[in-house]
Design a protein around this ligand. Structure first.
Ligand code: TRP
Length: 448
């Protein structure tokens, strides 16, 4: 690894960074509500199986491309390619991923900005700034612009510092904080009236729904979104892993952490909703499904915190700090995709590149904020429902059909000399070649 590129100093550094990318608003907000609306534990069960049998193999494909290429997503893809059409294809897929990461950041930062302003609100209340507190939780253009800018500013500050001092150091600080906060909140909610009903709703599987097509599709989509696949991010993180590390087990550990935190988040959110119900807050929408999406996080939960009185201020603060941290460890990975591309392909210094790209993405965010009604959904759907699955599928096709099996084996053997005789090597090549692209294509077609 060239000294100037940087890389993760330790395997735990990589695990925290990659898990930080994977664990985000999707885990803490998306997963619990999908679970609630898809038959409770049946969804959890299907999600677990799909995460390990489909998302993990695709995740390994992206990590391997990166570690082999030792470069940004575009260059790494091109290194795998041999003929000129393959190189063009590689460019398109790599660049598509970089673009997708930038687009995701542009809307993710807005939502993360809301989390930040909701985290500041209890502090303002404690300090008796009542009007300011109210302003913080009222959706207005100036507030949205201010907090989106603050959030992207934080992301820029971390990425400017590079891989070890920025991404690795901050992921190692923030991820343990996130896990501790999550567990404390679960423990607290557990003691409240109504929580039991929530646990039951979350943990009782409705087995008849396990083979429900909609459930399968949602679970797979969620698994791919959650592992940040198809956005160049895992390729670039893979490129920062030392050759002596065992990729097969590192990838599995990251998948396990991602899945576990999603599961834990369910233990917090679903019981919290039932506690809110016990206190008279409406938690079911008109069609009988649990309220999800933004009204869950910005209406149901705040109503619950309000009912808790003074303790509620601390719980609200803890919850929204948790959300902000989860979003931040994801957003730094989103910015790293485009930044590493520009630094390495266009020879621009990291600090400068980070600021320019960060500001460009901020401008896009501001355009979205101004046209919030239609643009937020539009960019989110474009990048996560079209971009991510398609690019993830092409990465699998690249590894399965273009990259020579023996070259893959040579790469994967570094740090894992026995891999050739392992179960992983017996199954995985077939998975990336046939199963993953087909499954992703099916999900994609169905989602249209
Ligand atoms: N995995 C993140 C989450 O669960 C979301 C995400 C999707 C993401 N694509 C990404 C994060 C690309 C970083 C990079 O919230």
């Amino acid at each position: 690894m060239s000294a100037s590129r940087g890389g993760f100093n330790s395997s735990i550094g990589f695990i925290m960074a990659a898990a930080g990318s994977a664990v985000g608003l999707g885990n803490i907000w998306g997963f619990p509500t999908q679970t609630a609306s898809n038959g409770g534990a049946a969804f959890v069960l299907v999600y677990l199986v799909l995460a390990f049998f489909l998302a993990y193999p695709a995740f390994m494909a992206e990590l391997l491309i990166g570690r082999y290429g030792q470069a940004n997503a575009v260059t790494s893809m091109q290194k795998v390619a041999r003929t000129s059409w393959q190189k063009r294809f590689g460019f398109a897929v790599g660049f598509g991923g970089v673009l997708c990461a930038a687009l995701i950041l542009s809307f993710y930062a807005i939502i993360a900005g809301w989390m930040m302003s909701y985290a500041v609100e209890p502090l303002a209340k404690l300090a008796s700034f009542t009007d300011e507190a109210k302003w913080l939780i009222t959706h207005t253009l100036p507030r949205n612009i201010l907090f989106t800018t603050l959030f992207i500013g934080l992301t820029i500050l971390i990425i400017r510092r590079g891989v070890e001092q920025g991404i690795e150091k901050w992921s190692k600080r923030l991820m343990p904080m996130l896990i501790i906060l999550l567990i404390l909140l679960i423990a607290y909610v557990f003691t409240l009236n109504g929580a039991q009903a929530g646990f039951a709703a979350y943990l009782n599987p409705d087995i008849s729904r396990v083979f429900d097509a909609d459930l399968l599709i949602s679970a797979l989509g969620q698994a791919f979104f959650s592992l940040s696949l198809g956005t160049s991010v895992m390729i670039i993180y893979g490129s920062y892993i030392a050759k002596k590390e065992n990729l097969v087990s590192l990838g599995a550990q990251v998948t396990l952490i991602d899945v576990s935190i999603a599961f834990l988040a369910g233990l917090l959110i679903i019981p919290a909703m039932y506690v809110a119900q016990a206190q008279g807050v409406a938690i079911f929408a008109e069609d009988g499904s649990l309220i999800s999406g933004s009204s869950l996080v910005f209406t149901v939960l705040p109503a619950l915190f309000l009912n808790m009185g003074a303790v509620g201020l601390f719980v609200a603060f803890g919850f929204f700090v948790l959300m902000t941290i989860a979003a931040l460890t994801s957003s730094i990975s989103m910015l790293e995709g485009p930044v590493s591309f520009v630094v390495e392909r266009h020879n621009i210094a990291r600090k400068k590149a980070t600021t320019y790209i960060g500001v460009a993405i901020l401008l896009l965010s501001i355009i979205i904020v101004i046209n919030l009604e239609w643009m937020l959904d539009f960019i989110a759907i474009l990048s996560t429902q079209y971009g991510q699955p398609l690019i993830a599928m092409f990465c699998c096709i690249f590894v399965g059909w273009i990259w020579h099996r023996n070259d893959i084996l040579t790469e994967i053997k570094q740090g894992n000399s026995e891999v050739e005789s392992s179960l992983f090597w017996k199954i995985w090549p077939w998975y990336v070649k046939f199963v993953c692209p087909t499954a992703i294509a099916l999900v994609f077609i169905h989602s249209l």
